[in-house]
Write a protein that binds this ligand. Sequence first.
Ligand SMILES: [Zn+2]
Length: 153
Amino acid sequence: MSAEARLALVNHPNLLLRSASQRADLLNEGPDGTTTTLIAFLTDLCIEKGHFFEATAIRSDHSDDSELGAHAHRSSPGDAIDGWFNSEPKLGAYLDQGDPRFLAGLRDAALDQYEYQCGLGGAALTQADIAAAGPHEFADNGSDHVHFGAVLS
Ligand SMILES: [Zn+2]
């Protein structure tokens, strides 16, 4: 995965980033950055499949979960993203967790070769969402969010 692909992702309107640190995390190929597989996963989800996904935490803005090993936000490099599906490429335009577009996002993610885990937290932890998220789903803790982890690079 090239630096060019990272730049194309962070500049794409379908991936909604809240801060400069999120952008920096995704552009950083180093051990304090993000995995190439996470970039490939998000490219498939947001650019290829056209979903609008707002990031709530990636690496530097997530609490230290490095004790979870390689598949964590704070692993070296980070291999996960938290967020929510939106109705349009606009910050805060959150879909209802039961919306068909939200469920389609979970289904497309589940079929993606780069998805390792899909955690459902808070309001996202519904039977419909669990079914859509498929075999990689787990019940995540914390506030309303969807956690995606990528396969290892
Ligand atoms: Zn997470």
